[in-house]
Write a protein that binds this ligand. Structure first.
Ligand SMILES: Nc1ncnc2c1ncn2[C@@H]1O[C@H](COP(=O)(O)OP(=O)(O)O)[C@@H](O)[C@H]1O
Ligand SMILES: [Mg+2]
Length: 217
């Protein structure tokens, strides 16, 4: 059965595109699933990155809300997984079209005060969709770009646990230079050598397995 996983957060720069590309790579290349990345962000950063990878992964750019609404279920029938890189900014209608079809919404959050309040905006849209769709999509929040041993990271972890109607994931993706560097080299952390890349791979693998487990429930 095909699954639609959306990466959403109206706040820009939280790591949606980075997470979307790594998740699409993990599912397509490491796990061998037929996977399509849908780039719904007008900056098209994830589709350009995917397009430049050594190993081909299918992608489609769709920005317009009605087209997203119409195409997502059709595309889902053709793939095991659809990974939707959501838009940033005031694009609630596009986000709502995505939430109308997604099985799971993954929300990357940076442990910063402003980012935590914008989290609640994303969660509100998820909760509204859940009311209409009898509990779907599942919402899963995780900390991205967390700094080891900081008070903010601990405070943010506690805060995420208090957000209603969504799951706070155990895995934390830390702020890692290697993750910031890979798009410029048209690769993912899976094709990078060295210990920092191995640590980033370990975190991403744990995060993705955590969400794949949620989809089985
Ligand atoms: N875990 C991380 N560690 C270091 N840099 C990161 C991490 N996640 C994302 N970044 C960097 O943060 C910036 C914003 O990430 P991006 O994925 O483009 O966010 P969004 O798509 O939500 O706007 C990019 O420069 C990206 O390389
Ligand atoms: Mg982006």
């Amino acid at each position: 059965m095909s699954q639609i996983i959306a990466i959403a957060n109206q706040k820009g720069g939280t790591g949606k595109s980075t997470t979307a590309v790594h998740l699409a790579y993990y599912l397509a290349i490491k796990k061998g699933y037929s996977t399509l990345l849908v780039d719904a962000d007008s900056q098209t950063s994830s589709s350009q990155w995917i397009n430049n990878l050594e190993k081909p992964i299918a992608f489609k750019v769709i920005h317009e809300k009605d087209e997203l609404f119409k195409e997502m279920p059709k595309l889902a029938k053709q793939y095991d997984y659809l990974i939707v890189d959501g838009p940033a900014g005031r694009l609630d209608d596009e986000t709502k079209a995505i939430l109308a079809w997604a099985n799971l919404v993954l929300v990357p959050i940076q442990p910063k005060v402003l980012d935590l309040s914008s989290t609640l905006k994303a969660v509100l849209l998820i909760n509204q969709a859940q009311e209409i769709r009898e509990g779907l999509p599942k919402g899963a929040l995780f900390l991205n770009r967390a700094k080891q041993g900081t008070r903010l990271k601990d405070e943010a972890t506690r805060f995420l646990r208090t957000v209603p109607g969504v799951i706070s994931l155990k895995t934390i993706i830390h702020d890692r230079e290697v993750i910031a560097d890979v798009p410029g080299q048209n690769i993912t952390v899976w094709t990078m050598t060295g210990r920092p890349a191995a640590e980033a791979r370990r975190e991403y693998t744990q995060l993705f397995n955590e969400i794949l487990d949620l989809l089985k429930i």
